[in-house]
Write a protein that binds this ligand. Sequence first.
Ligand SMILES: Cc1cc2nc3c(=O)[nH]c(=O)nc-3n(C[C@H](O)[C@H](O)[C@H](O)COP(=O)(O)O)c2cc1C
Length: 285
Amino acid sequence: MENIKQIVEKRISSRKFTGEDLSVSEIKEINKIINRKIKTPFGSNFVFKLIDKNDFHKNKKIKLGTYGFISNGRYFIVGKSPSEMEAFVDYGYALERVVLDITAISLGSCWLGGTFNRKKFNETVKLKDGEVIPSVIVTGRAYQKRSIREKITRASVKADQRKDFKELFFEGNFETPFDPGSGKIKEALNMLRLAPSAENGQPWRVLSQKNKFSFYLRRKKIIDMVIKKVDLHMVDMGIAMSHFELTLNENGIKGFWKKETNHCKQENLEYIASWVMNNDKIFQN
Ligand SMILES: Cc1cc2nc3c(=O)[nH]c(=O)nc-3n(C[C@H](O)[C@H](O)[C@H](O)COP(=O)(O)O)c2cc1C
């Protein structure tokens, strides 16, 4: 079985699928993954559904689509959430756990926050007032070779690149880059850095203070302008938080999420939450 590092390194957005049927056992496995109860940072619970577009189209006249960005996208994992910031963080956190698990069973996936027809997808989950679909996951068997369209999409958001450590992680204050040494903390931050984010915006900033890691958001205006109904930045934050925590947990370092009232304030950064280590003796790697 692969460890979290191997799975995170294996995951990459896939936008070209074969469109073939998944086997009965694969469908069963996906359903098991999406039905698992996941403890989220702010305590939200979600119900995720696997939708086979082919079946859906047989029963309804509504056509689910991805504006041509995904070829042969057929299986979708869809959930809904109250339109609230903390719930969006939790949604990203919970659904990324699903993404990592389906990566482990060698299925392709891509988060979709912009390039899917929201109105039509709203029909797949009955939305109540104040609820939205923050994002969906397209999954299935993916081609290794990328389509030209996919190559263009990846190039336009520089999907293979990640910001430097010193741009993302700080110690004590936001002037001092964090040097985590070479151990478990470094590995967790590296796994965080590999997280997917909308338009590869990498809006996460982390401030390390003793046994605590505080997560902050740096907004990118273009994302807020294009996607108005949901806060994709918050979804990105939840995704990164899950990579960070899962890696530490697998290395035997446990902690909990806490929203602090006396957190450090910094211009242009929004405080989200802090991860506090249970036992600070193991803090030094
Ligand atoms: C919340 C979220 C929304 C995204 N929305 C889209 C989308 O609408 N269309 C798309 O093609 N890719 C979308 N992506 C995928 C990102 O472009 C991709 O994760 C990023 O470029 C990094 O590439 P990688 O996932 O291959 O590491 C989204 C990713 C996230 C996390």
